[in-house]
Design a protein around this ligand. Structure first.
Ligand code: AVI
Length: 341
């Protein structure tokens, strides 16, 4: 078996090259400026209200907890999207066409895209993610199963901007962004991100994207505050991760998981609320978290399908098709940059 190595984009300062036991190429384009990352994290924690960017959820334990969340009875998005994909598979394939390159944004373990490979028969499959571990596991298996597809991985923090100039070849391209991850951007950032995708879409390309819809606030709250406490553990784990990164001594069990639906902003918010006062030394500064004070850890925006279609159009997509489940809990859109659809 051929062994490939991590290729480093020379434009960026990156960690030392690391060998991968892969049959697929992985290139590291993470803009690693640890000092700037640290500063941003510290600034968020010292601000009032304090914030932690949701990307810090996803250390190894956070990724495992997120997989559990996706299978919880209360967390409907993952299975509802999967049902729409199953039910509408042929119509979606007919809309997209076959033989294009497929760019999987936030690929993780590549499981969602793997379902599409036999149908879309892409010439190239590019799995894009910030985390190396899941790609490292998934890509060799895919490369074995689909030797006819050129399979590659790109490590990039695309929440900072979508620059895939070196990874997207000329020619028809399908972007795949499932799971309503678009909801974790503010609407303004989501628009900019979608704009970035249209810039990469050549003629005859498009975006297949899943988005969670507005619904009964009680159901939304339950989806982010499950009875088994998995989402609470996921939320608190961010403090364990921060402790590791900054050398802080947050006591995660001194914080309560709070999930609420902010109707005015159409978003579920997750917070960590200090149960008792807790002083944490952050970068030499003693930050007091008063009892009841919250750290905002995530927003998950919900869209009416028509609102989301309008956003896709503002981003430069001309033709949008929408598929939903019977209860209209979730929407899958395929948007193209050309009007013929
Ligand atoms: C990754 N993202 C789409 C999830 C969401 O629903 O916003 C993250 C999540 N947070 C709590 N549960 C799931």
């Amino acid at each position: 078996m051929q062994r490939s190595t991590l290729r480093i984009d020379p434009r960026f300062r990156t960690p030392a090259p690391r060998a991968f036991d892969l049959d697929a190429d992985v290139v590291d384009r993470r803009l690693t400026d640890p000092a700037a990352e640290r500063r941003a994290l510290v600034t968020g924690l010292l601000a009032t209200p304090a914030t932690i960017a949701p990307k810090y959820f996803y250390d190894a334990i956070g990724c495992a907890l997120f997989c559990k969340i996706c299978n919880l009875p209360e967390y409907y998005p993952t299975r509802t999207e999967a049902r729409i994909f199953d039910r509408e598979r042929e119509a979606i394939v007919a809309a997209i066409g076959t033989g294009k390159q497929l760019i999987d944004l936030g690929a993780g373990d590549c499981a969602k895209a793997a379902m599409w490979l036999p149908w879309l028969q892409p010439s190239t499959y590019v799995a894009v993610d910030i985390a190396v571990d899941a790609l490292e596991q998934a890509l060799p298996k895919l490369a074995l199963a689909y030797p006819e597809i050129d399979i590659r991985g790109v490590l990039v923090d695309f929440t900072r901007g979508l620059d895939l100039d070196l990874d997207v070849a000329d020619g028809p391209t399908t972007f795949f962004y499932p799971g309503s991850s678009i909801g974790n951007f503010t609407p303004a950032d989501a628009l900019e991100f979608l704009n970035g995708i249209t810039r990469h879409c050549a003629a005859d390309g498009g975006l297949l994207i899943g988005v969670d819809t507005k619904k009964d606030p009680a159901r939304l709250r339950a989806a982010y505050d499950d009875a088994a406490g998995v989402t609470a553990a996921f939320n608190r784990n961010v403090l364990v991760h921060v402790n590791r990164l900054l050398g802080t001594r947050f006591r995660p069990d001194g914080f309560k998981h709070v999930a609420l639906y902010n109707e005015a902003l159409s978003r579920v918010e997750m917070h960590l609320e200090a149960i008792d006062a807790q002083t944490v030394t952050i970068d030499g500064i003693g930050r007091i978290f008063r009892a009841g004070e919250r750290i905002h850890t995530e927003s998950s925006y919900k869209y009416a399908p028509a609102e989301f279609v309008a956003m896709l159009q503002r981003a430069g997509f001309a033709n949008v098709r929408v598929w939903q489940d019977d209860a209209r809990d979730f929407a899958v859109c395929y948007a193209t940059t050309h009007s013929a659809g």
